[in-house]
Design a protein around this ligand. Structure first.
Ligand code: SF4
Length: 615
């Protein structure tokens, strides 16, 4: 038998995307850090343990392990869908690897068998197709690949449900253990999980981390937590790393840290994490790797005190890397051909988030508007607006295409500025670079027919933007700087140019009445009925400590509920409960709003008055 040669690579830092974020494309934070650090001559490796964990679960071996975990519960038969999963275990085991290969785009001919619905077991996620078989008509006669992707996605969702219902209640496809981290003022729940018995997912994570330490020799690991749904895993990885390698430095940063952990006083998180990094991490991590005695916006435990430091730095050193000087993301090292797409809803726009492979790129740091009263405008990631030069962006686009071999781009800006999109479009056209792109915008009047047509010529296929509360009084209060008429004009311009439009919607804003919510839905209905919108999503308003509403609650007629300080000190703090003088049952309204929108996105109920969705 031939001996396998295992090579160990020495790196200065191992950057990790902890489980779980997304499965179709890598979250871009580690790629941006990699681009910056490599340009400084620092040796970096990056891994996506979220993707790797999902691929472990969605494998023949993974199904066998899930089945044996479920069978440990004698009462599993009480749950109809678990029972179905166990009875169909052989079929799941024999189909899972071909289906994942298909969703990775590596076995397109499987579409023909998937689409005729004779290949994979069909559990509870397929029930809506019994009531609404017409959902499959969206794909038409020749839409075999998409129809197959839809069937395969429902099948993956059934397996994810089996894991959540029969193995680990904290598991969802794109998040893990969210409840442990989401605006949780106490670290108790997380601490108990971290120091308690290992779960099935913990054991998988342990195996993956050990594999990485066998492949990379490093003294520092850096993890990114954009959302509460990957925070527990980051702490778990840090715990495994500390048990495995003495002297390792564990660093945590990302959107969750920036928004939730700025006021942390609990010392226990430092049993796992050595340094929390706030805002842009490039320079801060560079200092840590260089073992500098200087620190830039990091939090650590010193002499039994939680300290936030930006010490020993001159004013020049305190300045972050200018965005125009950032070399851009470097995706090399990530297993780009192993990400898999999902199409869970037959809607042309809705699929953008989970389907296709997108290279993520940022056009401008921060937001050019920075006035919305519900937004974290006091924080650096919104407040510091620095656009990149269009020519530099197109250089970065060319570099990323060469690295990834794909030409789809998602511009993940807070709100891409119209002037920059004009320049970028002109530059792409002038340099004859053919890419497909979409991104987030504000429904700004500068997006007129000409600009929309130019963007479409340059490869733009979709935009997403915040309409928030479609009520004239509340749009004023939110300081969105848009009107409903303006949104109609801007969305019309995009649609005329053949660009799909998605709107972010909000309900439950302070002082919002039931009448205003229903009127808001009526505006949304008309936008769908007139073909201005392709998809949308309702968010329930929350007050955050970094937003104008959270900082000046009196101005919005609300009072904040003072949170209790936990015994061991504060862990996360971002969302704060509030008491509104105007009493509206937003929970009840939310049900009708979501139901209406789900139907609109399938082209159903567009003739029904908005009022009809509420009992
Ligand atoms: S909500 Fe969007 S447009 Fe408004 S300030 Fe925040 S990032 Fe800018």
């Amino acid at each position: 038998m031939q001996k396998q040669i295992v090579t160990v690579e020495n790196v200065d830092i191992l950057l990790i995307i902890p489980p779980l974020t997304q499965m179709n494309t890598p979250y871009p934070a580690t790629a941006y850090l990699t681009g910056y650090l490599r340009a400084k001559g620092i040796k970096v490796a990056q891994v996506d343990l979220g993707l790797e964990l999902l691929l472990e679960l969605f494998s023949r071996k993974g199904i066998a392990a899930i089945v044996s975990e479920i069978l440990k519960n004698k009462n599993y038969k009480d749950n109809e869908s678990l029972n179905f999963f166990i009875e169909s275990a052989d079929d799941y085991a024999s189909t899972i690897e071909p289906v994942i290969r298909f969703l990775q785009g590596r076995d397109p001919s499987l579409a023909l068998r998937l689409a005729n619905r004779q290949l994979v077991p069909e559990g509870a996620r397929f029930l809506p197709l019994l009531d609404h078989p017409e959902l499959l008509d969206f794909f038409g006669e020749l839409g075999t690949q998409d129809k197959a992707k839809y069937i395969a996605s429902l099948y993956i969702d059934d397996i994810a449900d089996a894991i959540r219902n029969g193995v680990d209640a904290d598991f969802e496809l794109a998040k893990y253990g969210e409840r442990l981290a989401s605006s949780n003022s106490s670290f108790d729940l997380m601490y108990d999980r971290l120091t308690g018995p290992s779960s099935f997912i913990d054991n998988l994570l342990q195996k993956l981390v050990e594999e990485k330490f066998a492949a990379y020799n490093t003294k520092v690991i850096g993890m990114t937590c954009p959302f509460p749904g990957n925070v527990y895993s980051a702490f778990k990885i840090a715990q495994i790393a500390k048990n495995k390698k003495s002297g390792i430095t564990t660093v945590l940063g990302g959107g969750y840290v920036n928004t939730e952990l700025r006021s942390m006083t609990d010392q226990r998180p430092f049993e796992f994490i050595d340094e929390l990094v706030f805002d842009d991490g490039e320079k801060a991590i560079e200092l840590i790797i260089q073992k500098s005695s200087k620190r830039l916006r990091t939090m650590s435990l010193k002499n039994n005190k939680v300290l936030m430091t930006s010490d020993k730095l001159s004013p020049a050193e305190l300045t972050d890397v200018a965005f125009k000087n950032h070399p851009g993301p470097d995706y090399s090292g990530l297993p780009l051909d192993r990400y898999f797409s999902m199409l869970e809803m037959p809607n042309v726009m809705h699929r953008m988030w989970s389907d296709f492979k997108w290279n993520k790129l940022i056009l401008a740091h921060g937001c050019y508007w920075k006035k919305c009263t519900f937004c974290d405008i006091s924080l650096d990631y919104i407040e510091r607006f620095e656009p990149q030069k269009a020519s530099h962006l197109v250089d970065q686009i060319e570099k990323v295409i060469a690295q990834t071999g794909t030409t789809g781009f998602h511009f993940v800006d807070e709100a891409a500025p119209p002037a920059l999109l004009r320049q970028l479009s002109k530059e792409l056209i002038a340099r004859k670079i053919k890419i497909t792109w979409w991104g987030n915008i504000r429904f700004d009047t500068l997006f007129d027919d000409d600009l929309a047509a130019l963007m479409a010529d340059a490869g733009c296929i979709a935009v997403t933007g915040g309409l928030e509360v479609a009520s004239p009084r509340l749009l004023e209060l939110i300081k969105k700087g848009i009107s409903i008429d303006q949104v109609k004009k801007v969305t019309h311009a995009f649609k005329k140019a053949g660009i799909f439009v998605h709107a972010y919607l909000m309900y439950g804003f302070p002082s919002q009445t039931k009448k205003e919510t229903i009127e808001s839905l009526e505006v949304v209905r008309q936008l769908f009925a007139n073909g201005h919108l392709d998809s949308a999503h309702w968010h329930r308003f929350v007050t955050t400590v970094h937003s104008p509403v959270g900082q000046n609650p009196d101005q919005y007629g609300i009072s904040l509920v003072k949170p209790d300080v936990p015994t061991h000190g504060l862990f996360a703090q971002n969302q704060i409960d509030f008491i509104d003088d105007v009493k509206t049952n937003h929970d009840a309204l939310g049900v009708g709003l979501r139901k209406a929108l789900y139907n609109y996105m399938h082209g159903i109920g567009l003739e029904t008055p908005a009022q009809a969705w509420f009992k």
